[in-house]
Design a protein. Structure first.
Length: 567
RNA sequence: CGGGGUGUGGCUCAGCUUGGUAGAGCGCUCGGUUCGGGACCGAGAGGUCGGCGGUUCAAAUCCGCCCACCCCGACCA
């Protein structure tokens, strides 16, 4: 490809509002343009990256027996009603009516279509297992698109679906995907690890997410260096607090609580600073309203945050009480709420057990010191969000926290979809049974963006070789110089003959512009035809690391191949 | 959905507080000089100031409503 004929609109300035490095660089390098919030156009070079990622994924899916097909984006509402997701998914699902007034949806994933297909075409155990996949646009009306390609409303996903006769077979399909995913991420140069996840809207049993460490990530995981436990904090179980961790004391615990004047001190930080104690010595009291059981008081140690999912599993749907409701229930404004003397049921986090704390006095401008958790908490549960530094729930070792980008996920769906949608088969005994399913996703733009997040420097992107828009960026310093131009043309032809993807910057521009563009775009190997063209010498530079050396033109193809192998 | 912010040539932004003939840098076009790290000189083109309504002799500027986009939170795989 000749740069003179390629739409590669690089820009000097960061796009307005961009925060994530990958967002800035992908726009600046001329790979993408934003059409609407969370909706992007892929320009030629950007699309080349996507197609290379797609090719890697396709190869690895075929290698484990995947059969590629294509499912429609436009779905009739019926199948989504059958699976139940028409009801359970909220505004994230794009819905519309066709001209006849029939409800339709834009698919955000394809369990429904796959199960519909399976229900029609799979009848016998002899047809199992099946492994189906497709690579297609997905539509999700994200509440808050952000960070360039990291969180969008329209994106391309490889999703595969396994159909098996039983759970043992599902586990085999699952394991095949694990192996394939490890290879896919490795080949794409993305550092990602598999962690336990919360199945969320996909439903079903075991699931894992592939998480790529990055500051730009929106998720957080904890991992144990000692035993390898790794989980999304959405799911992570809190390990037991070390003995005595809760036992900090302010004021005597024996003789009971004692009032302290704390005028206007409403937040944990305010109170701690005012009293000269640590947040962990405080008890945080939240009033929540459960749909089923009404108002409740939830108590946590002052330095801990509530994990809403954990509370939801215990009390069902709930919301934080409004200030008016707090006053109605506790007789005091938020900020001075406490468990002593409350009429509400009190749920306490395990980290409070056995400790003595300072908490709200249920009286404006007063707190109580010396509250014994065991005397006020009705039930203890694991309610806190796990964070780095906590003990591992498996082995007690310290957990490290890490921000990550979710680049893929795998779910053991079981019969969650096959049962309601009637996808069954006859087993060896002629007994009709539900197909056991799994679903497996990988987001292509997330791989692209993550690769940029993980591989860049102050000059631009440093693409992993397998997914770079071009393998080689060939540029002539002076296109107007006949000997330089002639040698560059010759090398362009030679490299292309070797089957290499070459971007040839033949533009008659000042050298600086071309160097800057090449670094921004980030192809793994750069070849510079310059001053020494007459001697048939060129410069070879590896983008990552920046090492450069002179190479004889006749040895270039071999040198490029070697450099690519090392990238 | 709650809170905050922004919308001015293609891009990044200034101008708005205190109303009075719309600016800069980059990019683009033409001419010339340059030519190994986003060159220089000269000459140009290009904007109903997000939209609608209001106040005013006069609105980019003040007021109201709407729209879009960004950030924080909620939500989410």
């Amino acid at each position: 490809m000749r740069a003179s004929q390629l739409l590669l609109p690089t820009v000097k300035e960061d796009p307005a509002g961009a925060e994530a490095v990958s967002h800035k660089l992908m726009v600046r390098a001329g790979l993408i343009r934003q059409l609407a919030a969370g909706v992007y156009v892929f320009l030629p070079a950007g699309w080349r990256v996507m197609r290379k990622i797609e090719a890697v994924i396709r190869e690895e899916m075929e290698a484990i027996g995947g059969q590629e097909m294509l499912y429609p984006v436009v779905n009739p509402a019926e199948i989504w009603q059958q699976s139940g997701r028409w009801q359970t998914i909220g505004e994230e699902l794009f819905r519309f009516k066709d001209r006849k007034g029939a409800d339709m949806v834009l698919a955000m994933t394809h369990e429904e279509v796959v199960t519909w297909l399976a229900a029609r075409e799979i009848h016998s155990y002899k047809q199992l297992p099946q492994l189906w996949f497709h690579i297609q646009t997905k539509e999700r009306d994200e509440a808050r698109p952000k960070s360039g390609l990291l969180r969008v409303r329209e994106f391309i996903m490889k999703d595969s679906y396994s159909l098996d006769a039983d759970f043992a077979a599902l586990q085999r399909s699952y394991d095949k995907h694990i192996a394939a995913y490890d290879r896919i991420f490795a080949r794409c140069g993305v550092n990602a690890r598999r962690v336990l996840s919360d199945p969320g809207m996909m439903g079903g049993g075991i699931s894992h997410e592939y998480m790529a460490p990055s500051e730009a990530g929106e998720d957080e995981i904890v991992l144990c260096q000692k035993c390898g436990y790794a989980a999304n904090v959405d799911l992570a179980v809190a390990g037991p607090e070390p003995a005595g961790a809760a036992a900090a004391v302010t004021g005597g615990g024996q003789e009971g609580p004692r009032e302290i004047h704390t005028p206007g001190m409403r937040t944990i930080d305010d109170v701690a600073a005012f009293l000269g104690i640590e947040p962990r010595e405080l008890m945080k009291s939240l009033v929540v309203v459960s749909q089923e059981s009404g108002p409740l008081l939830v108590a946590l140690r002052g330095d801990r945050d509530l994990h809403e999912g954990k509370l939801r599993r215990i009390v069902g749907e709930f919301r934080l009480a409004t200030p008016d409701e707090v006053v109605a229930a506790q007789g005091v404004q938020p900020g001075f709420v406490g468990p002593v003397g409350t009429s509400l049921p009190v749920l306490g986090d395990e980290a409070l057990r056995g400790g003595v704390f300072t908490g709200g006095a249920n009286r404006a401008d007063y707190h109580l010191a010396g509250i014994s958790a065991d005397q006020v908490v009705g039930e203890y549960h694991d309610l806190r969000l796990v964070r780095g530094g906590d003990p591992c729930p498996e082995c007690g070792g310290p957990l490290a926290g890490e921000r990550v980008i979710e680049v893929g996920n795998i779910f053991q769906l079981g019969t969650k979809y096959s049962r309601p949608m009637g996808a069954t088969f006859s087993d060896e005994q002629g007994v009709e049974r539900d197909i056991v399913m799994g679903s497996y996703g990988i987001g292509l733009e997330r791989i692209a963006a993550t690769a940029v997040e993980q591989h860049h420097d102050e000059h631009g992107i440093c693409w992993p070789a397998a997914i770079a828009p071009f393998q080689v960026h060939l540029l002539v310093v002076r296109a107007a110089d006949p000997s330089q131009a002639a040698l560059a043309e010759e090398l362009y032809a030679t490299l292309a003959e070797r089957g290499l993807d070459v971007l040839f910057d033949d533009r008659d521009l000042s050298a600086g512009v071309k160097f800057k563009d090449a670094d921004l775009l980030g192809c793994p190997v750069q070849v510079v035809v310059g001053k020494r063209a007459a001697e048939r010498m060129v410069e070879l530079k590896r983008r990552a690391g920046g090492d450069r050396r002179d190479v004889a033109a006749d040895d270039l193809a071999a040198a490029v191949a070697a450099a690519l192998g090392a990238s």
